[in-house]
Design a protein around this ligand. Structure first.
Ligand code: GLC
Length: 484
């Protein structure tokens, strides 16, 4: 029987407490998959360190622990901040909230309007060091510190550069998961004092936290095998392909799962009707409900889109393609917030096509679920997509995805024209409006053929979307990290 491990996650988001994107779902669901016992073995002991942001709704029964956390001053002088670490039980893991009002009691997680908070390096240094100080204060060694994205960079770098002599922390292995290589946590030289790290860390004009963390962690991964390969090239490496290549077989891809308990059309409480693979008929009622709620005229096929309105996600392709999609008879529902020009462009389209296009410029967990269920097709035209979660949920909700051949989308969606037996969706190559339109046209042809559609839906629902297999992948990676 494999030994139980102690794992400390350090992350800037975790569902349901703090979420702006897929990172939050992954940190929660992976921690639960590792923490709960399953047929393959006992659960591991998992702690998740998360900032206590404004408005966060904590679990019951939190227990406080006061910590004195060493940080740097502007002139390099040593200082300390006092933080309160609040610990409580989540489902499968222990949530540990780092309370420090000056750092985290703010309007948003990362940004002041359109620019990053200037003290982000200090804020996430505080998060990381609170985790390290908690391990020391409790004299409770962990096997692995698993950091997520650049925000965990200070934890991993502090461990190696400031706590290397600490008997409890010296032996701790580290793993870094890159959910998105586009965000580096760039810290200009003038702000680098906030990191309180030896000056030779990073390039001379500043510190690229993600780059340094990639170089430092014992194991590094990204969230799909295909994106792992793509990111070794200058085109997709976001300036980090050199350090990723240098990690050799210590850099791997592990595909994300979804929490199949939380995402289940048979039980989803937001839906007006429930269904499973044995009977999809009630799905039509979720569709009628969705269209009525949003003033859409029900007689054409409905395309759903959900996500950050960001050029990464290819929403500009949708805006450009929308008139032709509508001309083909399709209806469009878009849910998401983000770049103002994308929102404005989509809203202008909705105004031009009443009853055909609905744009919901908000973050809305419930409406998202109704779209996954009620849409006929789910669009994800991402320019790059490390893993993507929407396509997995859509398949589980029997809504075939139409995706660009990129990152994890290419690993999870099989084109039903290319491989009719295994197909679970539709895939297109070029990031152009025309390629998107062509793929939707192929998908609409399949929708018109009841037996074909049922086969594609069945394939999507039958895929194992759970965290069972990926959690084993992380376990194996932790063991490699520990083995050194
Ligand atoms: C980021 C990526 C997305 C991935 C998610 C969770 O948001 O852009 O592709 O699914 O992280 O790993």
């Amino acid at each position: 029987m494999p030994r139980t491990m102690r794992i400390a996650m350090v992350a800037s988001e975790c569902e349901p407490w703090a979420k702006t994107g897929g990172l939050a779902d992954v940190v929660d669901a992976l921690s639960r998959a590792l923490g709960l016992p399953d047929p393959a073995g006992p659960g591991h002991e998992v702690d998740v360190y998360l900032p206590w942001y404004r408005g966060l709704n904590p679990p019951e029964g939190l227990v406080p622990l006061e910590l004195r956390v060493p940080v740097g001053g502007p002139g390099g002088e040593p200082r300390h901040e006092t933080v309160t670490l609040w610990s409580g039980e989540a489902d499968g893991y222990r949530l540990r909230l780092v309370e420090h009002a000056p750092s985290f009691d703010r309007e948003s997680f990362y940004m002041d309007g359109n620019s990053d908070y200037v003290d982000n390096p200090a804020r996430f240094t505080l998060l990381g060091r609170a985790a390290l100080e908690a391990i020391r204060a409790e004299a409770r060694p962990v096997d692995v510190i698993h950091g997520h994205d650049w925000q965990a960079g200070p934890a991993l770098l502090s461990l190696r550069h400031r706590y290397a002599g600490d008997p409890l922390l010296r032996e701790v292995a580290t793993m870094l998961t890159c959910h998105n290589l586009a965000y580096h946590g760039w810290t200009p030289r003038a702000d680098a004092w906030q990191l309180d790290l030896p000056l030779d860390v990073g390039k001379h004009d500043g510190v690229d936290l993600l780059r340094e963390a990639i170089k430092t962690a014992d194991m590094v991964n990204t969230v799909s095998p295909n994106y792992a390969r793509e990111s070794l090239t200058p085109e997709f490496g976001a300036g980090l392909d050199d350090v990723l290549r240098a990690r050799g077989d210590r850099y791997i891809g592990i595909i994300n799962g979804i929490d199949t308990g939380l995402w289940d059309p048979a039980t989803d409480p937001t839906l007006v009707a429930h269904y499973d693979a044995s009977d999809l008929a009630p799905k039509a009622r979720t569709r009628a409900d969705l269209m009525a709620r949003n003033g859409l005229d029900p007689d054409g096929p409905l395309l759903g889109l959900i996500g950050r309105l960001d050029p990464q996600k290819g929403f500009d392709l949708v805006t450009a393609a929308a008139p032709e999609l509508v001309a083909m008879g399709a209806r469009l529902i878009v849910l998401g917030t983000g770049h103002e020009h994308l929102v404005a462009g989509l809203q202008a389209l909705a105004a031009q096509h009443p009853g055909r296009i609905a744009v919901l410029d908000r973050f809305d967990r419930s409406e998202a679920r109704r779209i996954y269920a009620g849409a006929d097709l789910f669009l994800m035209p991402s320019r790059f997509e490390p893993c993507g979660q929407g396509q997995l949920i859509a398949m589980r909700y029997a809504t075939p995805p139409v995706v660009r051949h990129s990152g994890g989308l290419a690993d999870t969606v099989v084109d039903a024209d290319v491989d009719p037996a295994r197909g679970n969706g539709f895939v297109f190559g070029p990031a152009t409006p025309q390629a998107l339109v062509d793929a939707v046209r192929r998908a609409l042809a399949a929708l018109a053929d009841e037996a074909r559609l049922a086969h594609i839906q069945a394939n999507g629902m039958a895929r194992d979307h759970s965290w069972r297999v990926p959690a084993r992948g992380y376990e194996a990676a932790y063991r490699r990290a520990i083995a050194g």
